[in-house]
Write a protein that binds this ligand. Structure first.
Ligand code: M6R
Length: 613
C-alpha cells in the first residue's frame, strides 16, 4: 500500500508533489521519493527515514533545480526489498531517462528480472518494481510511444499495480495504469494530476476520475485519455467528490473503521500475492530457517494478543489439519511467565498487526532465549517482531488506523493458512493437487468477503432491532469459536457492552445459567460438520428466552426455524470461514456502536498498539 502522486503542466510542481506526499503520509510509510522530468533531464531524490521520510525529502529538495512542470512522487510501504533509500521509488531505467513509481506487487518479477539481466539491464534495487522501468525502456527502444510501451510491458506482467511512468525523451506526459491497486486522475485548467488517493490532490484538482483495473491513462497538461489493455479507448468514470480533507483521508467513509472493513477483500488479495512459485512452492517474505529444519518441526506454539490471538487460534485448526503438527496457542502475556517448555523442533509463531506489542515481543524473545525458532506474522515491515524473527510473513493489509482491528485479522488468517499449507507441502501431509486446490480456494475468499460486505444494510437493520440489549453471548464451534471470540471482542471494545465468546459445547458447563429473556446469543453456524451441534445449542438458549442471531450460509434452509435474525454469508471451505464470517460481526458491532454514539475509531481506555506490559 504505497502512495502515488503525479502532476503535468504545473507551475509549482515540486510543492504539489511534496504536499501530496505529506497528505499521503498518514498511512505511515518507510521511504519517499520524487522525480522531476523535463526534456533531456530526469532529476530524482529519495529518502528512507521511516515516518520522517517526507520531511527529509523536503530538505533534500531545497537543492532541486527549478523550471520543471511535471513530476511524480511516491511514499513506500516496503514489500520486496528493505526500507532503504536504494529501494525507494522512483526507479530509473538504464539510461536514467525513464522514471517509474509503483504500488502493488509484480508476481513474476523474478523471471522478468532474470530475463532482463540476461539482456544486459543493470538493476540498482532489490524491489519487484524496478523490472517495470526496464521493460518500458525496451519497449521505447523498439520505437513505441510511452503509452504503447506501457501497454505492451504490462502484457508480460502478473500481479497488482498502480504504476506511473515518465520519460525525459517524451516530457510533459505521465502514463499510468492500474490493476487492483487504486488510482485516480484529477484535472484543473492546464494541469492534470494523478494519485493513489484523493487527499493527495484534493484541493488542487477540480474534477476527479477513477481508473479501473487494466486501464491505462495518458496525462498531459491539456487533460487525459485512456485505453484498455487491448488498446481500445475507454472513458473514465467521473467521481462526485465533495469531501473535506478529513473525509478524503477516510476514503469517503465516516471513519477509519468503516474504511478498513471495506478494504478487507484487498487486504486478503494483497497478502496472497506473489506467494507461489511456478513449481507450486509457497514462499514468504523472509526465511532464515531451512526447509529441512521446518520439515522436522515437532510442535508449533502461537503467541499473540487480542485480535491477533484469535487469528492464531484459527491457525491451530489449519496447521493441525493440513500439516499434522500439534499446535498450542498462548496469550503472549501468559507465555513468557509460565516457564514454557521449548524442545528441539519447537517452532514459535508470533502474530501481531503492529509487530510492536510488548507482550508478544517478550514472548518470542523468551522462546528464542530457550532455543526456539521464531516466525513473525506482522503487518508492519521491519517491525521489532519482524526484525528479531528467523522468518517473516507480512500481512499486506495496509496501515490500520482504527483501534479495533478488522482488516488485519482477515489478512493474518490468510497468512497463517499459507504457512499451514507450506508446512503441509514440506511434510508431505497433503498431495500437491490438494495444496493447489486450497491455495486457489484461499484466493477466492476475497470475493466472498466482498459479497458479504454488500449486505451491510441488512446487518444494520438487525443492529437497530437489537438496540437496548446489553448482554451478548457469541457461540461457535471449531473455527467458528475463534470467530465468536473475535465478534464478541469487536462488540465489547466498540460499544462497551457485555459480550462473551464461548465454544458452543461449553455452554451447558456454566454459562447457560446466565441465559434469560433479554440476552442475545449470536451463533456462527457456517461449518457444515458442526451445524447440527450448533442447532442444539441454539435450541437450548431459545428455550430459555434468549434472542438468537445466526451467521449462516446462503444455502442453509434450516436456520430460519431457530433464528430470530440471520446474517447470510457465502459458503466457503470450513477453514476459510473465519475470514468471511467475521465480516457481519464487525459490521454488527460497528452499527451498534454508531447507534450508541460511540467513537468507533478510538474506543475509550484503549490504545492501538500496547507497548507497555
Ligand atoms: O498489534 P497487535 O496485533 O499485536 O495488537 C494486539 C491487540 O492489542 C489488538 O489486536 C487489540 O486486541 C485490538 N484492539 C482488537 O481490536
Amino acid at each position: 500500500m504505497c502512495g502515488i502522486i503525479g502532476v503535468v503542466g504545473s507551475s509549482d510542481t515540486l510543492a504539489t508533489l511534496l504536499e501530496g506526499l505529506t497528505r499521503l503520509e498518514y498511512r505511515g510509510y518507510d521511504s519517499a521519493g520524487i522525480a522531476l522530468v523535463r526534456p533531456g533531464q530526469t532529476w530524482r531524490a529519495r529518502t528512507a527515514e521511516g515516518t520522517e521520510s517526507v520531511a527529509a525529502l523536503r530538505r533534500v529538495c531545497e537543492d532541486a533545480p527549478s523550471g520543471f512542470s511535471s513530476g511524480i512522487g511516491h511514499t513506500r510501504w516496503a514489500t520486496h526489498g528493505a526500507p532503504e533509500a536504494v529501494n525507494a521509488h522512483p526507479h530509473l531505467d538504464c539510461s536514467g531517462n525513464i522514471a517509474i513509481i509503483h504500488n502493488g506487487i509484480i508476481e513474476n518479477h523474478r523471471e522478468l528480472h532474470e530475463a532482463l539481466v540476461a539482456r544486459g539491464h543493470l538493476f540498482t534495487s532489490v524491489t519487484d518494481s524496478e523490472v517495470l522501468a526496464h521493460l518500458i525502456e525496451e519497449a521505447r527502444a523498439r520505437g513505441l510511444e510511452l503509452m504503447e510501451a506501457m501497454r505492451q510491458s504490462l502484457l508480460t506482467v502478473r500481479g497488482a499495480f498502480a504504476v506511473a511512468v515518465m520519460d525525459a525523451t517524451e516530457p510533459d506526459v505521465i502514463v499510468a495504469a492500474r490493476r487492483i491497486s487504486p488510482l485516480v486522475v484529477g484535472t484543473a485548467p492546464g494541469v492534470t494530476y494523478l494519485a493513489s488517493d484523493v487527499p493527495a490532490i484534493l484541493d488542487r484538482a477540480t474534477a476527479f476520475y477513477a481508473v479501473n483495473d487494466d486501464e491505462i491513462v495518458r496525462l498531459g497538461p491539456e487533460g487525459f485519455r485512456a485505453i484498455d489493455l487491448e488498446g481500445g479507448p475507454v472513458r473514465l468514470h467521473q467521481l462526485s467528490i465533495d469531501w473535506d480533507l478529513e473525509t478524503a483521508e477516510k476514503g469517503g467513509h465516516d471513519d477509519f473503521m468503516s474504511k478498513e472493513i471495506s478494504e478487507q477483500p484487498h487486504a486478503i488479495r494483497a497478502t496472497l500475492l506473489d506467494r507461489r512459485r511456478r513449481d507450486g512452492t509457497i514462499t514468504f517474505d523472509e526465511m532464515r530457517i531451512d526447509d529441512e529444519e521446518l520439515r522436522e518441526v515437532k510442535r508449533v506454539v502461537l503467541v499473540a494478543a487480542g485480535t491477533s490471538h484469535h487469528a492464531a487460534l484459527v491457525a491451530k485448526y489449519a496447521i493441525e489439519r493440513w500439516a499434522r503438527i500439534s499446535v498450542e496457542v498462548d496469550i503472549s502475556s501468559e507465555y513468557r511467565y509460565r516457564d514454557p517448555i521449548v524442545e528441539i523442533g519447537t517452532l514459535v509463531i508470533g502474530v501481531s498487526q503492529s509487530g510492536e506489542t510488548i507482550d508478544t515481543i517478550q514472548a518470542t524473545r523468551e522462546a528464542q532465549r530457550r532455543g526456539a525458532r521464531v516466525v513473525a506474522v506482522s503487518n508492519i515491515v521491519d517491525s521489532s517482531l519482524a526484525r528479531e524473527a528467523d522468518a517473516v510473513i507480512y500481512t499486506r493489509a495496509g496501515i490500520e488506523v482504527s483501534v479495533a482491528s478488522t482488516k488485519a485479522f482477515v489478512a493474518q488468517v490468510a497468512a497463517l493458512e499459507l504457512l499451514a499449507l507450506r508446512l503441509a507441502q514440506l511434510r508431505g501431509t497433503m498431495s500437491p493437487t490438494d495444496v493447489d486446490a486450497l491455495f486457489l480456494g484461499l484466493n477466492a475468499v476475497s470475493a466472498q468477503v466482498a459479497t458479504t460486505l454488500e449486505r451491510r444494510a441488512s446487518i444494520e437493520l438487525i443492529a437497530k432491532e437489537l438496540m437496548g440489549s446489553h448482554d451478548f453471548f457469541f457461540l461457535g464451534r471449531h473455527v467458528g469459536f475463534p470467530t465468536a471470540l473475535e465478534g464478541a471482542l469487536k462488540l465489547k471494545e466498540l460499544t462497551y457492552m457485555h459480550a462473551e465468546g464461548y465454544p458452543g459445547g461449553e455452554l451447558k458447563h456454566g454459562p447457560l445459567a446466565l441465559i434469560e429473556p433479554g440476552v442475545v446469543v449470536v451463533a456462527v453456524a457456517t461449518h457444515q460438520l458442526m451445524h447440527e451441534k450448533i442447532l442444539s445449542n441454539l435450541a437450548e438458549v431459545k428455550a430459555r428466552g434468549a434472542s438468537v442471531v445466526v451467521v449462516a450460509t446462503d444455502d442453509d434452509e434450516t436456520i430460519d426455524a431457530v433464528a430470530d435474525f440471520v446474517m447470510r454469508v457465502p459458503a466457503t471451505e470450513p477453514l476459510f470461514t473465519p475470514m468471511v464470517d467475521i465480516v457481519p460481526l464487525q459490521l454488527f458491532a460497528y452499527a451498534m456502536a454508531r447507534q450508541l454514539g460511540r467513537n468507533v475509531d478510538r474506543p475509550r481506555n484503549l490504545a492501538k498498539t500496547v507497548t507497555v506490559e
